[in-house]
Design a protein around this ligand. Sequence first.
Ligand code: GAP
Length: 492
Amino acid sequence: MAKLTKLEDIVSLCKRRGFIFQSSEIYGGLASCYDYGPLGVELKNNVKKAWWKSVVQMRDDVVGLDCSILMHPMVWKSSGHADKFADLIAECKKCNTRTRVDHLKEEAAEQADEHTEHVDIDTVAAQAQDLSKKLCPNCGVVGQFTEPMPFKLMFETQMGANVDDSMTMHLRPETAQGIFANFRNVLDTTRVRIPFGIAQIGKSFRNEVTTKAFIFRTREFEQAELEFFCEPGTDEHWFEHWKEARFNWYLDLGLKKENLHFREHDSDELAHYAKGCVDVEYRFPFGSGDWQELEGIANRTDFDLRQHQRGIRTLNKWYESKGYITRIELADEAAEYLKGPLSYFDDQKKQRYIPYVIEPSAGIDRSALAFLVDAYDEEQVRGETRNLLRFHHALAPVKAAIFPLVKKDGMPEIATNIYNDLKKYFNCFYDQKGAVGRRYRRQDEAGTPFCITVDGQSLEDNTVTLRERDSMEQTRVSTGQLLSHLREKLDI
Ligand code: GAP
């Protein structure tokens, strides 16, 4: 039976092989922040490339965007984040540790699933919070908590050098709002017509109360989000479309089907803006050892565009009250829905409406962790343990490693020529140190799908040994055919 992968195995491999390091490790580390090392950055870039390829490049109805992290304070006011983006926390009276209320567990209870990401304080505060049987995760005392209180999750910073006119700004807690704020710009400058989507990958920041499990939940992370704008009434069709597309993306990149499923949100769990939401969950090897959110797919209705339209109006009214001329034509309150700057005019149906939005929102770091966990394997080979990462070719940080069998007889020169040739097309690695068996094992641990060895026979017939990671099968390929052979196998 296959050994169950433990998170410790992944953390250890990531550190040993330079995938992921603790941030600021030389100063003792910074909790919940991580740095991607030489292999990790390649993996992460490949996850982003695969997402972009599937969501933007391969589609005719999605365009990309890259917004700034700092945005006008009105963005967060309109989106609801300024007032509502908080977790409900309780402090243990014994040890003063603060924990998210929805993460507290009862003494003898089974470990609860961790499904709630962030809660709308208005909703949760209204619910009775019985913490009398809950256990402090730090000191283990039962039922000794303060009243739950909201804890704001957005990081604050100051913009501007002068004390008088510096402004408190927020680091974005999601990339989505930059897309909504640019909806009009994209409509006015491209040929897109509804239905269409705007996609973005970028950093987000949340002052999470509970961080956990390596890169699963951190305070600085990367999101890949698509806001797909559609006509009201077609939203359920597009919701189903994106559910299927996003689920298949993970399967196509090699995640095992038995480790992936959907979880529908209950109505009392839905975010304030959502009509429907489903999570793609992965069976991560931590917490209760089971399903955790990888990506959320939400039907956000017309909430965000409507909110921003109201926000523009409020700001413009304020400018007007100060005697300034506003830049955007104001719609009056009654006509707001139909005439606002974030409405859409369908010139074929001669109809104006505020589009509905379907949002598949994925975490790049979380996906990278799932791909690492799923690819990790240990097997016994001739009495030795072989650790390997069975990455999908598209995700493998290095596609091919090139070795001379020995450092003499012209083998390094031939191997170097091959390396210089292949690296123009994909990421390669050259290694001439140590026994060739050890070099193969190092590449197995890095998830490199192919190793190429220049040996004695290469000098005679211009062929090399091509060794495949998963099967360890070795074949001979002529040096002239190597590039086309690999490109076909790697689908590059
Ligand atoms: N725009 C919607 C939104 O941000 P979310 O469920 O809060 O929804 C979407 O976040 C995805 O972002 C999650 O499914 C997860 O993959 C990732 N994510 C959220 N918070 C995270 C954190 N603190 N650390 C790592 N990834 C996170």
